[in-house]
Design a protein. Structure first.
Length: 427
């Protein structure tokens, strides 16, 4: 259920017609619906009622301050993967005590920042990282709250680029390594063993892989408990899929019931790290058709949004529904919807059966709230798009469109040089 619906022929975000937003703020334009986001949050949170739990929104899905602020107000914690994300969460008023820090490549600086902000837990992904966390904690005179991210080796049956819990994956440690590392951590006064974490992938459309993963980490938690290491929380990651096209992902109620069943008898807290399921269908990307051209038997709609704005189709071959915003009569046809970027992989849709648009038409790219703007770039020197949050009849410009001067901020063609003289050889 989302609040992007057609009223009197024209597509709206809640109470506001999308064409009005496009005229006011220009295109390409990301539009988010506050009511949809709140609804998704409530449905997921309620599905876990009765279970002691904390939902830590996966910041990387959409890190706009307005999105983080809205979720923080609903009581969300945050899953972060960089110091920059922690900075964003703090800026948005998020509670660092509800932050878990994942990621395979945390730097000393990031570890120190997280520890000094007293985050809830660092999800450690290797032996060498565990050692670094201990060193940094000792240097700061702190005890680092840690969990090990375990790789449960289950196949989430999703796109290979977003499967993270297989043995061959760069993420987490194996169950065998985890046993050894928990032993080390428990004996290290600079480390405070809090929990166990896993995250098996993204856009997962059945509950089976989640249940497999939970069973495996619970088994390990049981062994640790018998060895005298009591875990206070189990973090089961994110990854619940959404409907982009014809997927049939479990409803959050089904997912929540399955999680509750699988966690029966666990006395600690359950942490979840959902991203996509909260924001994916709470956002759309508006784009204007610049040209319609034919080439041989192919027809292209060249639009003003490109792979730098929304990379998912180019990166994963992902499907996003594309709709006409207005109600102009258009004949049905087959269209490649492409952007202006100089790459053949720059498309939003290929061979799409849809009403053939005309130049000037406004199109709505659905399900763009997650991994949309957050993965956008300045490739081809394209300023990044603006972002608008709609709440009822009010639109908030939550990120200004970048300008050309923004593109060169921090650059200098002929800066003052700094010499690094070569050391002189002696003898
Ligand atoms: C990306 C990520 C998530 C969120 O995944 P979704 O599919 O958006 O729910 C959660 N945890 C970790 C560690 C991640 O890297």
């Amino acid at each position: 259920m989302n609040h992007f619906q057609r009223t009197l022929g024209s597509l709206h975000a809640e109470k506001i017609p999308l064409d009005g937003l496009a005229r006011a703020y220009g295109t390409p334009l990301y539009v988010y619906s506050a009511a949809t986001l709140r609804r998704h949050w409530k449905v997921l949170d309620r599905s876990l009622s009765g279970l002691r739990h904390l939902v830590c929104y996966a910041t990387k899905a959409n890190a706009n301050l307005a999105i983080l602020d809205l979720l923080a107000r609903m009581g969300a914690g945050f899953d972060i993967v960089s110091g920059g994300e922690l900075y964003r969460v703090l800026k948005a008023g998020g509670d660092p005590h509800k932050v878990v820090f994942s990621g395979v490549g945390k730097t000393d600086e990031e570890i120190a920042f997280a520890l000094s902000q007293e985050v809830k837990c660092l999800n450690v992904e290797s032996g060498p990282e565990l050692a670094r966390v201990s060193v940094v904690a000792r240097r700061l005179g702190l005890r680092a709250p840690i969990a090990l991210r375990v790789n449960p080796d289950v196949d989430p049956k999703t796109h290979p680029y977003i499967a993270t819990g297989l043995k061959k994956s760069k993420f987490g440690v194996s169950v065998d390594d985890a046993r050894r590392l928990y032993g080390l951590a428990a004996g290290d006064p600079a480390l405070d063993v809090r929990g166990l974490a896993c995250h098996i992938g993204s856009q997962i459309t059945t509950v089976v892989p989640f249940l497999d993963a939970i069973a495996r980490v619970r088994k390990l938690a049981g062994e640790l408990s018998r060895a005298g290491i009591q875990l206070r929380h189990l973090d089961i990651g994110g990854g619940l899929g959404i409907q982009y096209k014809d997927e049939n992902p479990p409803h959050p109620d089904e997912y929540g019931a399955a999680v509750k069943g699988a966690m029966k008898g666990f006395r600690g807290e359950v942490i979840l790290e959902p991203g996509r399921v909260l924001v994916g269908n709470a956002g759309v990307l508006l784009t204007r058709v610049l040209y319609v051209k034919t080439s041989g038997r192919k027809r292209f709609a060249v639009v003003d949004a490109a792979m730098n704005d929304l990379v998912r189709p180019s990166l994963y071959g992902a499907h996003h529904d594309i709709e006409q915003v207005g109600a102009e009569p258009r004949p049905a046809g087959t269209v490649d919807v492409v952007g202006p970027v100089c790459e053949s992989s720059d498309f939003l849709a290929q061979g799409r059966k849809m009403p053939v648009p005309e130049a000037g038409d406004l199109l709505c790219v659905r399900s763009a709230g997650a991994y949309g703007f957050s993965m956008s770039s300045n490739y081809n020197a394209r300023p990044r798009s603006a972002e608008v949050l709609v709440d009822g009849e009010t639109a908030y410009l939550v990120r200004k469109r970048e300008t050309w001067p923004d593109l060169v901020r921090g650059e200098k063609a002929r800066p003052a040089g700094r010499r690094f003289p070569a050391p002189r050889r002696i003898g």
